[in-house]
Design a protein around this ligand. Structure first.
Ligand code: MG
Length: 254
């Protein structure tokens, strides 16, 4: 199982839970590094920059370089560049999205624009949503970094980016192109940037409907781990199965 060259790990529920590392994941990642494998971390969270996300992993004792982090923001910026070239973008989002778009050479505009991109924005406002809707109604391309309708914080489930993208869709009648998992764009971006082939890659994740689905869609092997959202017992409900399912990632090296 450990022969894959490039290991693409989901984060929450796979590598950590909330603010605590999952020890078996830490053990596997350390071993993979010793064996010379490439380790990548994939997150639908568009808010953090790779530096901020790497720092968060570091605080939990998980060594990670910013070049190993693939966010839905970086994937969105790369997708736009590949498909349409440099864009004038009206964005709703935080540091991670702004930085990714600018690094890819897109221009951030304050109204109109060829493309509207929405990522999670904890300072979202009526004015921002109205500008986004007007641009989309006016013909701008509509992209959402991810479609997660809700996410857990310390208070419970709170609105996610998909909820706000849904508001724009409801207003304009235009469906967004969704970039994050379960789409395969994040994996194709890792493959392209780091020059790895599909047969050399494996995805490791806890959530069938986002992680495993993304791996299946992209066409690579997948490892389900029973430390997060999808219980091993519930995998039978799905027609397509992961390559393997483990209780903890310790099973891959004990
Ligand atoms: Mg997860």
């Amino acid at each position: 199982m450990r022969d894959y060259r490039a290991w693409c790990f989901d984060l929450d529920g796979t590598v950590y839970r909330g603010e605590s590392a999952i020890p078996e994941a830490v053990g596997l990642i350390e071993l993979l590094r010793k064996e010379g494998r490439q380790v990548f971390y994939m997150t639908n969270n568009s808010a953090l920059t790779p530096d901020q996300q790497a720092e968060k992993l570091g605080r939990m004792g998980i060594a990670a370089g910013p070049e190993e982090i693939m966010t839905s923001s970086i994937t969105t910026a790369g997708y736009l560049l590949n498909e349409f070239g440099k864009q004038d973008v009206f964005m709703i989002g935080e540091d991670g999205l702004r930085q990714a778009l600018e690094l890819a050479g897109h221009r951030i505009v304050t109204a109109g624009g060829e493309t509207v991109v929405i990522g999670i924005d904890r300072d979202i406002s009526y004015a921002k949503l109205a500008s986004a809707c007007l641009a989309v109604s006016g013909g701008a391309r509509f992209i959402a970094t991810n479609g997660d309708r809700a996410f857990p914080n310390e208070r419970g489930l709170v609105p996610g980016n998909g909820a706000f993208a849904g508001l724009i869709e409801l207003t304009t009648g235009v469906k967004p192109t969704i970039i994050g998992k379960p789409a395969g764009h994040m994996l194709s971006e890792i493959a392209k940037i780091h020059g790895v082939k599909k047969k050399e890659m494996v995805l490791v994740g806890d959530n069938y409907e986002t992680d495993i689905a993304a791996g299946l869609r992209f066409g690579i092997d997948t490892i389900h781990v029973d430390t997060g959202v999808t219980r091993t017992e519930d995998l039978v409900r799905y027609p397509e199965q992961p390559t393997v399912s483990v209780r903890t990632l310790g099973e891959l090296y004990e």
